[in-house]
Design a protein around this ligand. Structure first.
Ligand SMILES: [Zn+2]
Length: 390
């Protein structure tokens, strides 16, 4: 069995590994490149002919792990896409959203480049459309945690809870040849211990090989108490100066974690009543999937829900799906909290809110997630000025 790294090397995004021997070709993840410098690689043909691959194993539905699957299908992949049941529910939401953004961005770029008489570094056509994305859905096959699935005589796989986002998995691949049996564990993104909502990541007794993500390997994470303290200070300070709090939010997990923290702060009156907008159709849809998958939550969250203190339902919370609703947020007088996607300000409604808020001294732009090098979020965080938004 050979392994080839197809992305996420010397960079953050584009996670994808090819496992192959003479009988089988397996792709573990099929992620999109999201750093501005590398985005053009998304348009390159796959390093292996797509129709030669039998399986895609998906650790989780974040785009840097899943975003190129429709392109793989478009190029001829007809095998199975194995993922956990929760990932199977989330996958269509994420991929359709990605397809819509691709289409909008391509049109927008085309118009801008025409107006400015220049050419961009990659074609002004969407990587895939909604129709392309829909062709993936029949190939999805849910595999529950902790159940081995035999792919052929030599290879079996098992998904273990990674505690990173809802449905996330570390994937164990066991392969057997004349030299015996070996296992390799693909960690995917690894969750933090004692994080709200989800269980802790799985622990393994042994492994022959480990392919591990190391994005956060060099930092200490805040404890949930630290996060509550920081959040309540930011909110109270900004309310005092009459500004808005604008938070670029990843639609999956980070948005729901924020709701968890805000629900605690509101209920314990550590912040005053304030309207909190979750202005992202995708985050709203994902929150619905969260509500329907209580069995994946940790003990603490289950207890909150049983005692009618759901983190996804509390005074002041407004879920915004329509564009009209999003625009109406501008009309609100007084301080509000606006959570909108995308998480690294690479697209979505957050850009429109930023255009209005970024020069208001009284407002706060609050970063709550990793900002990859080359994204607009990272530029702002690094103090680049001026920046180009839209
Ligand atoms: Zn992830």
């Amino acid at each position: 069995m050979k392994i080839k790294f197809l992305g996420a090397t010397h960079q953050m995004t584009g996670s994808s590994y090819l496992l192959e021997d003479t009988k089988i070709k397996i792709l573990v993840d099929c992620g999109m490149f999201q750093e501005r410098n590398f985005i053009n690689r998304n348009w390159d043909p796959f390093p292996v002919p797509a129709e030669k691959i039998q399986y895609v194993l998906l650790t989780h539905i974040h785009q840097d792990h899943s975003g190129l699957i429709p392109k793989l299908v478009k190029e001829g992949f007809t095998g199975q896409i194995l993922l956990t049941p929760a990932s199977k529910e989330l996958f269509p939401i994420v991929i359709l959203d990605s397809a819509r953004i691709q289409t909008e961005d391509a049109e927008f770029k085309k118009r801008r480049h025409e107006k400015e008489g220049r050419k961009g570094p990659y074609p002004e056509i969407p990587l895939y459309t909604v129709q392309d994305a829909e062709k993936c859905f029949p190939l999805l096959k849910a595999v529950p945690y902790e159940q081995f699935l035999q792919l052929n005589e030599q290879v079996k796989v098992c998904f273990h809870d990674a505690g990173h986002i809802l449905g996330s998995a570390m994937i164990e691949v066991v392969f057997r040849d004349e030299n015996g049996s070996k296992n390799v564990i693909f960690s995917g993104d690894i969750g933090q211990w004692d994080k709200p909502l989800l269980n802790n990541p799985s622990v393994f007794e042994r492994a022959d090989y480990i392919i591990m993500e190391s994005t956060y390997g060099d930092r200490n994470n805040d404890s949930p108490q630290d996060i509550d303290d920081k959040l309540s200070k930011v909110v109270n300070d900004t309310i005092k100066s009459n500004g808005n709090i604008v938070i670029p939010t990843f639609a999956i997990e980070r948005a729901q974690e924020l709701l968890y923290h805000f629900s605690l702060l509101v209920r314990s009156k550590r912040i005053p009543y304030i309207i909190i907008f979750l202005d992202s159709p995708m985050a709203v849809e994902v929150t619905r999937v969260f509500k329907q998958n209580k069995n994946y939550f940790d003990k603490e969250t289950k207890k909150l829900i049983e005692s009618n203190r759901s983190p996804f339902d509390f005074p002041g919370l407004k879920l915004v799906e329509s564009i009209e609703g999003s625009k109406a947020i501008n009309l609100i007088k007084g301080s509000t909290i606006i959570m909108a996607g995308s998480g690294m300000i690479t697209g979505g409604r957050i850009k429109h809110h930023l255009v209005r808020e970024i020069t208001r001294k009284e407002s706060t732009l609050l970063f709550v997630g990793y900002q990859a090098v080359g994204t607009l979020g990272r530029q702002i965080l690094d103090g680049v000025s001026p920046v180009r938004i839209l």
